[in-house]
Ligand binder design. Structure first.
Ligand code: MIG
Length: 847
């Protein structure tokens, strides 16, 4: 039955399209097309096809909560291929139920209802409770001006918008407009747009409900929120396909999980990527690199990585080393390794244009004909760091594969990671700062028709494909090592290949302020492993600014101190008093103590798509009793993982007190362990607790969610070092019994893919309030990776008196035993330690 029904649909569709085809053959692309009236309708098993004059609109359901909309103004769809959307996801489909009335036509899935009003035409998507997810803005639903198109959507005044990658400005994109055109933006400011990345993906938020919208178009695209029309937002492109996806939540976390399903997850990075990283433009000669390494160690600044910027190279030629500046380069890499420091090298994509000079990257690329061409067939040459340079054609798989082989020498020397800069691509001495629009790229790619594409089509994905070549090349060269690549330019989906940073920020208070919403929006766009140059790139930070930035940076996904040439040095021991240096060290140390929590959060991110650094509405999506979302007044507060709330001041240079609205779940002060008393009326689970904060230089306010169990480790100087001492479980009891209290820990060897074969350690922790005490249970771990500890130290916070006694029962059968406990009044903490190597136990502690 079903088959016969489907067959008749196919026949109908063929008839329908032949009508469309004959109707459009006589027309050229019209100047202006507005899809204003439905003229024909064709239900499909997985969606619907609508005709509006010559235009055809396909709406299909990939999943019950994920729709795709494609429009062809003249009825002819371009090839169905994507640089971003994973093929397996793109071809997925669910059956829908067609719906049809005189006024409307559409369908529903198990989660969404799609309604197209026939005249005037208007698309509306609601959930099954009737809440509007997106709705065309009348009277301008979808329109074309020659090749350019725009989709207008209604914007209720209490709707908010997030995402769009690294774009500066406030967290909420409302009342702003943006363009996507990857741009080398030295000196960018809060209102600069576009900058380095193009991620045409946004997340809406209204009353706790979120939807993702992704415009799968690599040309210059643009987004407008409430500027052209107060009551509308819109997106469009100057050319290319109108092809967009709607990702229904209902909450933003679910949107991000769907975004990862559609475009891929951030792979689990090597553990050392979470360590502190020291960089500068540039450390040279070799003796300077060694001086920095020695000083990091003698100052006891825990560190994992030193970065070498362009000056290690001979005349800025990628994949070379200057033998005068670095006479013992290979030995230096080994010596740094012996100091437990990894080396990351910059490797820009512009290959020096050096015929006949024995420069392998040029010779090989030219012989294989892998460089980007001018329209007349000659190789395009642009001026960048090496002087005249040529550019690999990264939209050809073969060219990317070849690019990947260029890393062989450095990988064999033991270089740990690579940095792809300048890949917007940046070109000097031309007003456009990039390649000419008519430069020719070849698309030679599985899933795509092979063809020549203009730079206009490829520009925004060039950097992503550059980092893809690097990532895949590294995987080829060392198949059992997790690659580490950092890219400056990228596109939606680029999280599959590289982590990123926010480019050339500046050493100003406003840039410190900017870095938080910028990293949050990157996380909300799929780039969950990101950092901003700590201390600022351009200019020199005053001592307090450097201290504050190193404090905040310690709680961000990538913690890399980097600065421009010609600026005052800004390593943690520079530019400050001994007290400053102590503070900076103390915060970096705190990051290293938190590594078990950080790594567990990172593993969760790589599995679920939920970023490490989260705006409050991601964990607390419900609006407060006044109907306003909780965190839009919270300035620069963010969550690291689910449980740590970092409350930097909204304006870090203002000395005034500031308020933070803590979501109504109960909180503790991370530094004192004291419970935060909810304000009057704040304990009802609905109203946030308003806390007044004063930011002292030595204390970045941090709160821990009640019901959290945070794993920590003894201090190490690098992630190479095996922690010596117990696993520490910081338990923050929930407010009422029965409320959630849990935590988890993920560990593995930190570098290889053995975890995919089960060589990991995963344990879950829970706690429960009892009438006069608390019980803490550590479940037996799964996985075969052996952890470092023999002892676990359980710390119960919020304690105001000593415990009367504590007992432990080991889950592997060893009987109960009485435990000694210690009480620290200043830390509001009771500590009890016991033998355990991951086999599991239950501890009961009575007050
Ligand atoms: O034109 O490699 O954003 O981090 O230090 C400047 C030198 C090139 C720009 C990067 C910056 C890096 C610098 N690069």
């Amino acid at each position: 039955m079903l088959k016969a029904w489907r067959l008749s649909l196919v026949i109908l569709a063929i008839l329908f399209f032949s009508v469309v085809a004959t109707a459009t053959e006589v027309h050229l692309q019209p100047d202006f097309v507005r899809l204003d009236r439905v003229t024909a309708v064709q239900p499909l098993a997985n969606g619907i096809t609508i005709r509006a004059g010559a235009a055809v609109l396909h709406i299909t359901a990939l999943r019950d909560d994920l729709l795709r909309v494609r429009v062809a103004p003249d009825g002819r769809f371009p090839e169905d291929a994507s640089w971003t959307v994973l093929t397996a996801s793109r071809v997925d489909a669910v059956n829908v139920i067609a719906e049809n009335t005189n006024a409307d036509v559409g369908f529903k899935t198990a989660k969404l209802r799609v309604t197209i009003h026939r005249d005037p035409m208007s698309l509306r998507v609601t959930d099954l409770e009737g809440r509007v997810i997106v709705e065309n803005f009348s009277p301008r639903p979808i329109e074309y001006h020659e090749h350019a198109f725009r989709v207008y959507l209604r914007s209720p005044e209490d709707e908010h918008y997030f995402g769009l990658g690294d774009k500066p400005g406030p967290l909420d994109r409302r009342n702003a407009s943006f363009a996507n055109w990857n741009t080398d933006s030295f000196g960018w400011q809060e209102s600069t747009d576009p900058i380095y990345k193009s991620i045409p993906f946004l997340i809406t938020y209204r009353g706790g409900i979120s939807t993702g919208i992704f415009l799968d178009n690599t040309w210059r695209t643009s987004f407008d929120f409430n500027k052209e029309y107060r009551d509308a937002y819109s997106f469009g492109a100057e050319d290319g396909p109108l092809d967009f996806y709607l990702l229904y939540g209902p909450d933003a976390k679910a949107v991000l999980a769907s975004w990862a399903w559609l475009t891929g997850h951030t792979p689990l990075p090597p553990l050392w990527a979470l360590g502190f990283q020291q960089s500068r433009y540039s450390y040279y000669p070799e003796s300077e690199v060694r001086r920095i390494a020695d000083r990091l160690r003698s100052e006891h600044i825990p560190t994992d990585v030193i970065w070498l910027d362009i000056d290690y190279q001979l005349k800025n030629r990628p994949f070379t080393v200057d033998p005068e500046r670095f006479p013992h380069f290979d030995q230096m890499i080994q010596d740094l390794k012996a100091q437990h420091l990894k080396t990351v090298l910059i490797t820009d994509l512009h290959i020096a244009d050096l015929p006949g000079a024995n420069y392998k990257p040029y010779d090989e690329g030219q012989t294989k004909d892998y460089f980007v061409k001018n329209p007349d067939g000659s190789t395009f040459v642009g001026t960048v760091w090496p002087g005249k340079a040529v550019f690999p054609d990264f939209t050809r798989q073969a060219a990317r594969d070849w690019w990947g082989t260029l890393y062989a020498d450095f990988v064999h020397k033991g270089v740990a990671g690579f940095w792809n800069d300048m890949n917007e691509p940046s070109v000097f001495d031309v007003p456009s700062k990039t390649m000419p629009d008519d430069v020719q790229h070849h698309i030679e790619e599985p899933g795509f028709a092979s063809r020549i594409a203009s730079h206009l089509e490829v520009h925004n994905i060039f950097g992503m494909e550059n980092s893809r070549g690097t990532y895949e090349g590294l995987l080829n060269l060392a198949p059992n090592l997790r690659p580490f690549v950092m890219t400056r330019a990228s596109f939606a989906g680029g999280q599959r290949y590289a982590v990123t940073w926010t480019g050339d920020n500046a050493s100003t208070w406003n840039h410190l302020r900017q870095s938080i919403p910028q990293l949050l929006n990157l996380g909300l766009s799929g780039f969950a492993l990101s950092g901003a140059d700590v201390g600022g790139f351009a200019g020199s930070p005053q001592p307090d600014l450097l201290t504050r930035w190193l404090e905040v940076g310690a709680f961000e996904p990538i913690d890399r101190d980097h600065s421009a040439s010609g600026t005052h040095p800004q390593e943690p021991w520079e530019n400050g008093t001994p007290e400053d240096v102590n503070l900076r060290r103390r915060y970096i140390e705190e990051r290293y103590r938190l590594l078990p929590y950080l790594y567990t959060t990172t593993e969760e991110m790589s599995r679920t798509g939920v970023p490490m650094m989260r705006p409050l509405f991601l964990e607390f999506p419900w609006p407060d009793a006044n109907g306003s979302p909780l965190d839009f007044g919270a300035g620069n507060a963010f969550l690291l993982g689910a449980d740590l709330l970092i409350a930097e001041a909204p304006f870090p240079d203002e000395l005034d007190d500031y308020m933070i609205a803590l979501p109504p779940v109960g909180w503790y002060d991370y530094w004192t362990g004291a419970r935060i008393e909810p304000a009057k009326g704040g304990a009802d689970g609905k109203h946030p607790t308003e806390v007044r904060l004063h930011r002292e230089l030595d204390t970045l306010p941090i709160f821990v969610r009640a019901g959290a169990i945070i794993p920590e480790q003894p201090l190490v100087q690098s992630t190479d070092e095996r922690p010596n001492g117990p696993l520490i479980l910081r338990v923050y009891p929930p407010t009422n019994s029965g409320e959630k209290c849990s935590g988890s820990l993920y560990l593995d060897d930190g570098v290889s893919f053995a975890y995919k074969q089960g060589v990991f350690f995963r344990a879950a922790f829970t706690c429960q309030l009892m009438p006069d005490g608390i019980s803490v249970r550590v479940a037996p771990a799964s996985g075969s990776f052996a952890p470092w500890w023999k002892q676990v130290s359980v710390e119960i916070y919020g304690a105001t008196k000593a415990a009367s006694h504590a007992t432990v029962t080991h889950l592997d059968g060893k009987g109960g035993a009485l435990l000694p406990t210690a009480f620290d009044v200043k830390q509001h903490r009771i500590t009890a330690s016991m033998q355990d190597e991951g086999k599991g136990f239950e501890m009961k502690l009575m007050y």
